[in-house]
Design a protein around this ligand. Structure first.
Ligand SMILES: O=C(O)CCC(=O)C(=O)O
Ligand SMILES: [Fe+2]
Length: 579
């Protein structure tokens, strides 16, 4: 039995136990308007950090927005065909991987290859091999990938600074505690080696209560060197096109665009930095008939009472229909209220409509609205429409969950070991939304270069006589055989050695065992992959997006040393071991 199957089974058992314990109840969760929200964040979700919109360097937000639209409009964003609990499913969100050329990212048994991003220094990178100076993509895509690289640069520095600040704070409070206990013990504290870190703290522009005092000089918290995010996984979803979003099952948080998960395939303790962007067109200002007037093209509302400058300022802030509506309702005079709602708003059910079994969630929304004095109806609605990220402590049904609403332009960071100890999900709002999620993927064994090297390594043990063309194995050392078999290669020759009765190799038995393990794994991989390629979901994809059922060959392909189906050979080797 494979270890991964075991742990999968163990997880299922654990999940069942917790669900039994929970019964029909929902676990509470807190939103910003709930009392105790901040305290819960500080105590149980302290690795989460939020940067409100406007934190990116000037102009970058707009360039990132336009980059994400370009990727979508060029058809780069696709729903991935992944495996969840041994079932093939399409992700609800459409995705693309952008990052360092040659990096890959593996999640839910699916490997994505990067669309290379372009940075100022390496304009040459990402060009197609053998095409001389010809870039690998056109100017539009190049600009898009460059904007994402710039965003990545910002995140690397900003997350690093944030972590350093946190590390310094932690050290400071540890030192204070130590000093206190020394004082208590009657010994004197030392104050000579204090250095002021206020300058450093100011640079980060956050935590205004921090950095006021002085602290012991201490190295930055991160000992593993500067953060180098090597990929970003881009997500996109338009809820108007998704009729069957799942309800969040444990807390009643609402509809999920991305279910509960830990981000996989990261280097240990890799932070994750995310920016979110409403996917609507930026509203444009039009001047009609000499009167200043705006048509917010994304919502169809017309307003004509503001000065052009004021209007443009407002419009620059408008990213979603929700905000347009507020703007519309506040505008004092001269409104054209006959303007139609955007078409997708007409038919769409409100969240939870028609859903059963989520009474707890529905009550919660009502309580929030009722208990929140001064919250207008329209702001109550805003809550429902807003996209949120949900967080929970993994395998814990006692700590309340956290639901954090996010507006277009907001960024959030998952730092320390938050991604390991907690899970997160994405709760759908009403309007289309992009996110760009930056991380350090573990790609030691996942680069294109590595994969190619493994193939050539495997072939190294194969010697072909230049004259006769006869093939033989260079080495029969167990470690070499294991290595080669692990990579998957010339099985037939080793099989011949193992099956040759006249062969006096004393470790023939061990060789047979090595071979048997490798063959069984290979057979399993081949079968799983064939099943995935033949699943009805895979068959529904256009050929250029469908997984390719390769390698595959039939019995009459004489070029292949062994049959595709290895079951008969596996039985043969097994019977050798029994002798
Ligand atoms: O879109 C988000 O806010 C986060 C998405 C996410 O969790 C992921 O892509 O792993
Ligand atoms: Fe995630």
């Amino acid at each position: 039995m494979k270890r991964s199957d075991d742990s999968e089974r163990e997880k299922r058992r654990k999940r069942r136990r917790l669900l039994q314990e929970l019964g029909e109840q929902k676990i509470p969760f807190l939103s910003p308007s709930d009392p105790g929200f901040q305290q819960l964040w500080d105590t149980s979700y302290s690795g989460l950090m939020l940067r409100r919109s406007g934190s990116l360097p000037p102009g970058l937000d707009e360039r990132v927005q336009s980059a994400l639209r370009t990727l979508r409009d060029r058809g780069c964003l696709l729903r991935d065909l992944v495996r969840v609990r041994e079932r093939d499913v399409f992700t609800t969100v459409s995705r693309a991987l952008v990052g360092q050329a040659g990096c890959t990212y593996r999640y839910l048994d699916t490997r994505l290859f990067t669309i290379p991003w372009h940075c100022e220094e390496d304009e040459g990178l990402g060009r197609e091999e053998g095409h001389g100076d010809k870039p690998c993509c056109d100017a539009g895509l190049r600009a898009a990938c460059k904007a994402l690289w710039e965003l990545n640069q910002f995140f690397c520095l900003d997350v690093q600074q944030h972590q350093n600040t946190r590390g310094s704070k932690r050290k400071r409070s540890e030192a204070e505690e130590e000093e206190e206990s020394k004082e208590k013990a009657g010994s004197e504290g030392c104050s000579e080696d204090r250095t002021c870190e206020a300058g450093e703290e100011k640079k980060t522009g956050e935590d205004s209560d921090s950095g006021q005092g002085c602290s012991r000089s201490s190295p930055p918290a991160t000992k593993s060197g500067p953060i180098q995010f090597n990929i970003t996984l881009i997500n996109y979803m338009d809820p108007a096109c998704m009729s069957q979003l799942k309800e969040e099952p444990y807390y009643g948080m609402g509809k999920m665009a991305v279910g509960w998960h830990h981000d996989e395939n990261l280097v240990p303790l890799s932070p994750v930095a995310v920016t979110v962007t409403a996917a609507r067109e930026k509203p444009r200002l039009k001047v009609r008939g000499g009167k200043d007037q705006c048509v917010t093209e994304s919502c169809g509302f017309r307003c004509c009472t503001f000065s052009r400058e004021a209007l443009q300022r407002q419009l620059d802030r408008i990213a979603t229909r929700r905000m347009c509506r507020r703007f519309f309702q506040r505008a004092p005079l001269g409104l054209d209220r006959s303007a139609a709602k955007p078409p997708e708003e007409k038919e769409r059910p409100t969240p939870n409509e028609g859903e059963k079994g989520d009474d707890e969630g529905a009550n919660r929304e009502e309580k929030e609205e009722a208990g929140d004095e001064g919250t207008s109806k329209e702001e109550g609605e805003k809550k429902k429409e807003c996209w949120r990220v949900g967080l929970k402590v993994a395998w814990d049904i006692h700590t309340p969950g956290l639901a954090l609403p996010l507006q277009s332009g907001d960024c959030y960071y998952m730092t320390d070991d938050l991604n390991r100890t907690h899970q997160h999900c994405v709760l759908a709002g009403e309007t289309a939304r992009f996110s760009s999620t930056h991380r350090v993927a573990q790609c030691v064994t996942g680069t294109v270069e590595y994969i190619q090297k493994r193939c050539s390594d495997a072939l190294e043990n194969l010697h072909t006589d230049p004259e006769t063309g006869a093939k033989s194995l260079r080495s029969l050392l167990l470690s070499n055989l294991q290595h080669t078999e692990d990579i998957h290669n010339e099985t037939q020759l080793l099989l011949a050695v193992v099956e040759d009765e006249s062969n006096v190799q004393e470790n023939r038995q061990e060789m047979a065992e090595t071979l048997l393990n490798a063959l069984s794994d290979r057979q399993q991989h081949r079968q799983t992959w064939r099943d995935r390629c033949q699943s009805s979901l895979a068959q529904s994809l256009p050929p250029e997006e469908a997984p390719v059922d390769r390698p595959y060959w039939t019995g009459d392909d004489l070029d292949m040393p062994l049959p595709f189906d290895l079951s008969e050979i596996i039985s043969r080797v097994e019977s050798l071991l029994w002798r």
